[in-house]
Write a protein that binds this ligand. Structure first.
Ligand code: GLP
Length: 278
């Protein structure tokens, strides 16, 4: 695992944005998995800025989503469908034919809908890069504590703590009971995972996910099984890690060699390790 620790949350969002931008430049038809939540908003803002200033091209990028609420109309201010449009899609040149957001109102039976969503991803060649956040209870997507580490895309009952955390953003609308989420096994099929966590409120769960035992009780710990993971943490979110010194050492290797953003790709580096200094 490649753990990059930044001084500020803004720098974390900037680094994560640059990593995604680099992947798009190297693979214009990148299959990119999007995540919602407060954390990646800055990342998407960075991508929008790069689109504006450097013409980062989304025309060929294939977009998928990680989860969605069940029962919210797609134009609800709280739907992830709306979230992705508001923070990214309305500001870049994506092709609607390449957009595959999970639908929380699918007419189809939910089980066959989830099977068809996974089949769609497989038929497109799988996800190259999956953006992830982490819930304060350790959820990934909406895989709540107790999710099988090999779970598949499915309907998921939201836990009380997740509903409590979401309620602040939901204003007048009540938080749905159910969501549809890619399962932990399905998420791990992505070639590279990019997990972003920012802020002191994420410190404890980040440490459990990264350094605690692999456990269905901490769904995000399942990333420990993946061969190519990059974590971008600000120093507050990294604050409870035992192995922090080593991660800081890794981070300075990466930040000092700025050229690393170009060659080889960070997705390769996540898998094969840091290149030696020139
Ligand atoms: C949400 C989403 C997750 C997200 C997480 C953290 O409920 N389903 O995909 O990573 O919770 O959200 P935030 O970034 O707002 O803390």
């Amino acid at each position: 695992m490649l753990v990059l620790i930044t001084e500020t949350p803004e720098e974390g969002s900037r680094i994560a944005g640059r990593l995604v931008a680099q992947a798009i430049k190297q693979t214009p038809a990148l299959r990119l998995g999007l995540a919602a939540g407060n954390t990646p908003i800055g990342l998407y803002q960075n991508l929008v800025d790069l689109h504006r200033t450097t013409r980062l091209d989304f025309a060929h990028v294939r977009l998928f989503s990680l989860d969605e609420f069940i029962g919210l109309p797609s134009d609800s201010p709280n739907s992830y469908h709306r979230f992705f449009h508001q923070h990214l899609l309305d500001h870049v040149n994506f092709d609607p034919a390449h957009l595959h957001l999970l639908n929380g109102q699918a007419e189809q039976d939910i089980v066959s809908y989830c099977v068809s969503y996974e089949r769609l991803i497989r038929n497109q060649g799988g996800i190259d890069l999956q953006i992830l956040g982490i819930g304060q209870n350790g959820h990934l997507g909406f895989n709540e504590p107790g999710s099988s580490l090999n779970s598949r895309t499915r309907r998921s009952l939201l836990s009380a703590s997740t509903k409590y955390n979401l309620a602040r953003a939901f204003d007048s609308e009540s938080v749905p009971e159910w969501a549809v989420t890619m399962g932990l096994g399905a998420i791990r099929e992505a070639q590279t995972l990019l997990l972003l966590a920012l802020g002191a409120h994420k410190a404890e769960i980040v440490a459990k996910a990264l350094e605690g035992p692999l456990s269905a009780f901490i769904p995000a710990s399942s990333i420990q099984l993946h061969p190519s993971v990059v974590l971008v943490l600000d120093r507050h979110a990294a604050g409870s890690l035992n192995n922090q010194d080593y991660y800081l050492q890794q981070s300075s290797q990466v930040m000092e060699n700025n050229h690393w953003f170009l060659e080889p790709s960070f997705m390769q580096v996540a898998q094969t390790g840091l290149p030696a200094k020139p």
